[in-house]
Design a protein. Sequence first.
Length: 133
Amino acid sequence: SASSSLCSRTFELLQEIYAVIEGSPQRHGKYLKAIEDLHLDVGLLALQPLSGTRWAARRVNLRIVHRCLPAVLECLTQMNEVHIAGLLKSISDPTFVFGSEFFMPLLWLPTQRQRPSKLKTSTSLLQRKTLLA
């Protein structure tokens, strides 16, 4: 389906970004310099490898790339390697931008453990009503 294709392609590109930028100290240095120049150097910066089974790694990497995309683009633009031109074109494509925008809020929704249970919420509301009565 189109949504699973968007998901697959978005995370494939995130993995490719990781492999290119973190694949050499020189590229990583250019990435950090771009982050500093664009004043994006607050919070997590280092890209992480994606895991086929751990969505937490995908979630963190998506957040970093989403926040630091201008630095990623700047870094890749400075590199004169043929295979990087294809990656730069792919992540500049509106489909990738839409995919990252679409998946950010979905992956950063509170987990079940972080959400208050409906029972606790309704119980506390009932207790407040009883106290106020």
